[in-house]
Design a protein around this ligand. Structure first.
Ligand SMILES: [Zn+2]
Length: 180
């Protein structure tokens, strides 16, 4: 049986950082194609609801329906803060640190100049922002914050790299699922 992976674009229409949803729709498409070519069953999902709790519940129901054996759920984001100096990558997890480590390690290999934020680019997130997604996901879950849109240097570097970004995530998923 094909391994089931769900790719979720963060935020409802109009939500998130400037350009974030549009950027990640491209990443989602590219990553879906890559993983399908590797033999995965890929479910692409976009949020529609404004209420955070309701939209994560809707996501979980949709993933369960499409993929009863869902293995991994990824929610696609990028970071944004008021203070421009913030930079670097971080992969949030709750139950499965190994998956976040796979993402952080593949990311660092692909983009050596990217700075790992605390914990070598992984962050245990049992509560607070993003925790609802991580808790509700039917499969092992990771929420990606690969760079800061608010950091001009990072944004100039990553703004047209949706394909390279998707490929880094794809290699992380392929590596990780080989060990399962
Ligand atoms: Zn976001």
């Amino acid at each position: 049986m094909k391994k089931q992976i769900a790719l979720v674009v963060g935020h409802e229409p109009g939500g998130g950082a400037e350009g974030e949803r549009a950027y990640n729709l491209i990443v989602q498409k590219s990553l879906k194609e890559m993983l399908e070519a590797e033999g995965f069953d890929v479910f692409a999902y976009v949020h529609e609801l404004k209420s955070y709790g309701a939209r994560q519940a809707a996501m979980a129901a949709a993933v369960n329906k499409a993929q009863p054996q869902n293995l991994i759920c990824v929610e696609l984001h990028y970071n944004d803060v008021d203070a421009e100096p913030a930079n670097g990558h971080q992969f949030h997890y709750n139950a499965c640190r190994g998956l976040a480590v796979a993402f952080a390690s593949e990311w660092q290999k692909t983009f050596p100049s990217s700075r790992a934020r605390q914990d070598r680019g992984t962050l245990h997130t049992p509560t607070g922002d993003g925790a609802g997604f991580l808790r509700k996901s039917p499969g092992l879950a990771v929420l990606v914050e690969p760079f800061f849109h608010s950091n001009k240097i990072e944004w100039m570097f990553f703004r047209n790299k949706q394909k390279e970004v998707a490929e880094a995530y794809g290699r992380a998923i392929i590596q990780f699922t080989k060990k399962l």
